[in-house]
Ligand binder design. Structure first.
Ligand SMILES: Cc1cc2nc3c(=O)[nH]c(=O)nc-3n(C[C@H](O)[C@H](O)[C@H](O)COP(=O)(O)O)c2cc1C
Length: 327
């Protein structure tokens, strides 16, 4: 609730000396245009079409969890929110479902989503061994709309019990593209990818790339910490390689200048707030939405109304950004 006017005036005097912004925090890459729009009356201005679905705002819930007790609550909360706000969602790795149905209920959330898109998630290591029939069965059982493939060679290597790829991931992805009749998203898990990998993906008939760039959740570092690897270990530096979303947007714009691809992009990896996401979307010359994992997770672990309140705030911030922050 806003304060009474006389308190507000007195607050202004008391607090004005502390309100000078830190120059380091200024949002770069944007043009603030205060004269050209009224305050948004509703959130219609942030609706968009992505992967052929109507989104209530440009937000994708990045793949996170499954196969644990906590996952059931988190995935159900997230799916319900996707239904209410019309957002897309990637499931966490569905690997546990390849071996048994024990954790099917954690992932079985499409009925909560009010028609919003849901993608199953498998890693390259599993995709080297499963059949197209196995993938189709999984997609059908979860009523999902497609497959998200995670490519994470550094994480697998850093993980003591991790898998090893026997082929270049691009070969595995190419073969799946040739045989699967569902849309495919290809993603990293927090270290992004360089221009040659992006270019190779843009030659394939995939629906989207999720950037999962460097600067947010980093699974190589996480696995090294789990394994007790310290800074003096020769492998430790691998946690610090990768490409930020900003860098990858530059690569994509360069590649797309000649190609004019209709692949769509989920801009993710360390996105903390809708305004920085909005600025990145404006920089990229391809149809895109913002992807968030750990930031949403904090709210999804709690009661639904806390997640709902957070997403209402996110929606309002996207609308304000759309009204006043221009390319
Ligand atoms: C708890 C957690 C679990 C994740 N599990 C998966 C996963 O199973 N499969 C996957 O492709 N990515 C997974 N990710 C990676 C995210 O989808 C995303 O690419 C990455 O975390 C960057 O987003 P962020 O910086 O917003 O967290 C996970 C992320 C988090 C935080």
């Amino acid at each position: 609730m806003s304060k009474l006017p006389n308190n507000r005036k007195s607050d202004h005097i008391d607090m004005s000396f502390d309100s000078v912004p830190d120059h380091q925090k200024r949002m770069l890459g944007s043009s603030y245009e205060p004269l050209l729009s009224a305050h948004p009356q509703n959130t219609d201005i942030i609706k968009k079409t992505f992967l052929g679905f109507d989104f209530g705002m440009p937000l994708w819930v990045s793949s996170m969890t499954g196969g644990t007790e906590k996952a059931h609550h988190i995935n159900h909360n997230l799916a319900r929110a996707c239904g209410e706000f019309q957002l897309g969602m990637g499931l966490g790795s569905c690997r546990p479902l390849l071996d048994s149905d024990d954790r099917l209920n954690d992932f079985d959330v499409k009925h909560l989503m009010n028609g919003a898109p849901l993608f199953i998630n498998l890693g390259i290591a599993q995709l080297e061994t499963v059949t197209i029939g196995d993938i189709n069965i999984l997609i059908d059982r979860l009523n999902a709309d497609g497959l998200a493939i995670h490519v994470n060679p550094l994480q697998e290597w850093a993980q003591k019990e991790g898998d090893r790829y026997t082929k270049a991931p691009i070969e595995t992805i190419t073969s799946i593209c040739e045989n699967l009749n569902h849309p495919i998203i290809v993603k990293e898990v927090g270290q992004g990818m360089g221009p040659q990998s992006l270019k190779a993906l843009m030659d394939l008939p995939i629906a989207a790339i999720e950037l999962a760039g460097y600067g947010g959740t980093n699974f190589s570092i996480l696995e090294m910490q789990r394994g007790g690897v310290d800074a003096s270990d020769p492998s430790a530096a691998f946690g610090y390689v990768g490409h930020t979303t900003q860098e990858m947007i530059g690569f994509l714009n360069d590649i797309n200048r000649d190609k004019k691809s209709d692949i769509e992009i989920i801009i993710s990896g360390g996105i903390k707030d809708p305004l920085s996401g909005h600025i990145l979307m404006q920089e990229l010359h391809m149809n895109s939405v913002i992807g968030m994992a750990s930031n949403i997770l904090k709210y999804a672990m709690q009661d639904y109304d806390i997640l709902q309140r957070y997403l209402c705030d996110v929606q309002e911030c996207f609308a304000m950004a759309q009204a006043y922050i221009k390319p």
